[in-house]
Design a protein around this ligand. Structure first.
Ligand code: GLC
Length: 467
């Protein structure tokens, strides 16, 4: 499957308020269908005070007025299905917004310190202690992310029960599956013990690297599978993809219940052949990798791998077996945009609105856009649509080619700087190094970056071949 991630606030505005909305998504679904995607994943559009870009949910079973209404959500699901697109919604079981009624009505559904102060030394993902004082009750509550996002206590059986209702609500409206947020945070050490000092750099980059602690007790408890299994029990037939921020070799308890987990190991691998090779091998070994190279949390591809490597990165993403997630705008070669001062962790840059055409604000909104809209170097969607050499055409060709690939990944020995692997009768090779390399011995090149030819694989070059 190819899943296209939509960040609804930045996709298409239909009512001129400067923010994308659900009707806007429907207006642009043909773009997604023409790309050849199989499904869409929508980042949260639920009622939210927007302390964390919508990941601070105040009502799980509703639509924020800025995005539309419940009937707009129904219409979106129907419009996607009409185009043969499955629909994944984003659910956030780890925490609610502090404005969610549960926080006042059911304080025992949350995690509290039994002291007049933090219970332990845990740090919040975006900096500062993971404990804050509730000014109303005076108690100290746990928040793995921003203070506006108190963590739910999944060890209280009422919580999985209530969350099961959330999943069933959306399934009954026709949703096909869920991307499940911050899953490794669902269960922590039952005794809330301190995190030990770190004995090296973190496994994956952390937003705040300075804490010097190994997050061994603050997430990914040994019995985490229990909570993941409770989510599965509420949605036995749905496609469930976990956002689990761990290395591939730690995903087994999650994958036992889920269809797939994102491979953050590959997303974060420096663009060096040996690191990329190792990340592919580790994720492929799970047999349930959801491949992803970009999303609303991390720098865009041109900013991470360099503009000269973007086509090769797309080729890699879309030739690996299983599920591939593609973030809106990547198909246009979008780079990071401007910081709008909304997200305190600096992630506005990865959430710039879509540049559709040559009209005002590139067709994103008739109003004042919530973040600046810039056209990428490769041009707007409209410009690229008519150009067979465009980035958009490259993504379309790769997605079409993907349908013809089969077989597991077999990573091949290759020249320094080159990542090569076999899938069935196909060989895929890309040059991540700085020197031209001989291409692998192949019979017939099926697809190559315009830079490549059969004689040399230049830096940034990539091919799919039969051989
Ligand atoms: C996930 C989301 C991110 C959010 C965090 C807390 O990592 O992708 O945007 O800030 O969870 O909900």
């Amino acid at each position: 499957m190819v899943v296209y991630q939509i960040y609804p606030r930045s996709f298409q505005d239909s009512d001129g308020d400067g923010s994308g909305d659900l009707r806007g998504v429907v207006e642009r679904l043909d773009h997604v269908a023409a790309l050849g995607a199989d499904a869409i994943w929508l980042s949260p559009f639920y009622p939210s005070p927007w302390a964390d870009g919508g990941y601070d949910v105040a009502v799980y079973q509703g639509v924020d007025p800025r995005f539309g209404t419940l009937s707009d959500a129904d219409a979106l699901i129907a419009a996607a299905h009409q185009r043969g697109l499955e629909v994944l919604f984003d659910v956030v079981p780890c925490h609610t917004s502090i404005e969610h009624p549960w926080f006042r009505e059911h304080p025992d559904w949350y995690v509290w310190s039994d002291r007049d102060g933090p219970q332990n030394n845990w740090r919040a993902t975006f900096g500062g202690p993971a404990w804050s004082r509730d000014p109303v009750s005076g108690g100290w509550y746990l928040h793995s992310f921003y203070p506006e996002q108190p963590d739910l206590n999944w060890r209280n059986p009422e919580v999985p029960k209530a969350f099961g209702e959330v999943l069933r609500f959306w399934l009954a409206r026709g949703v096909d599956g869920f991307r499940i947020d911050a899953l490794d945070r669902l269960l922590k050490d039952p005794q809330l013990r301190d995190d030990p000092p770190a004995d090296g750099p973190p496994d994956l980059p952390e937003a705040h690297m300075d804490a010097g602690l190994a997050p061994r007790n603050s997430r990914n408890a040994p019995d985490i599978g229990t909570a993941v299994g409770q989510l599965r029990a509420a949605a036995p037939e749905a496609l469930l993809v976990g956002e689990v921020y761990l290395l591939s070799d730690g995903l087994a308890p999650y994958l036992e219940h889920l269809d797939a987990c994102f491979s953050f190991e590959l997303l974060h691998a420096p663009w060096e052949a040996d690191r990329v090779r190792a990340a592919i091998a580790a994720a492929a070994a799970t047999g349930q990798a959801a491949w992803v190279l970009s999303n609303h949390d991390f720098p865009r591809l041109p900013d991470r791998v360099g503009p000269q490597n973007v086509r090769a990165a797309a080729l890699l993403l879309l030739t690996l077996p299983g599920t591939a997630f593609l973030y809106q705008g990547d198909e246009l070669g979008m780079a990071d945009g401007a910081d709008g001062g909304h997200d305190r962790a600096g992630r506005d840059r990865h959430r710039a609105p879509m540049p559709w055409d040559a009209t005002d604000n590139h067709g994103f909104t008739a109003g004042e856009p919530w973040l600046p809209v810039d056209a990428p170097a490769d041009g707007t969607a409209e410009q690229q649509a008519g150009d067979p050499a465009s980035m958009l055409a490259w993504y379309q060709a790769l997605i079409a080619l993907r349908r013809t690939l089969d077989g597991d990944v077999e990573v091949l020995d290759a020249a320094p700087g080159v990542v090569a692997f076999r899938r069935g009768k196909h060989v895929i090779a890309l040059n991540l190094g700085g020197e031209p390399q001989p291409p692998p011995a192949v019979r017939e090149v099926v697809l190559a970056t315009p830079l490549s030819d059969a004689v040399a694989l230049p830096p940034g070059g990539a091919i799919v071949a039969v051989g």
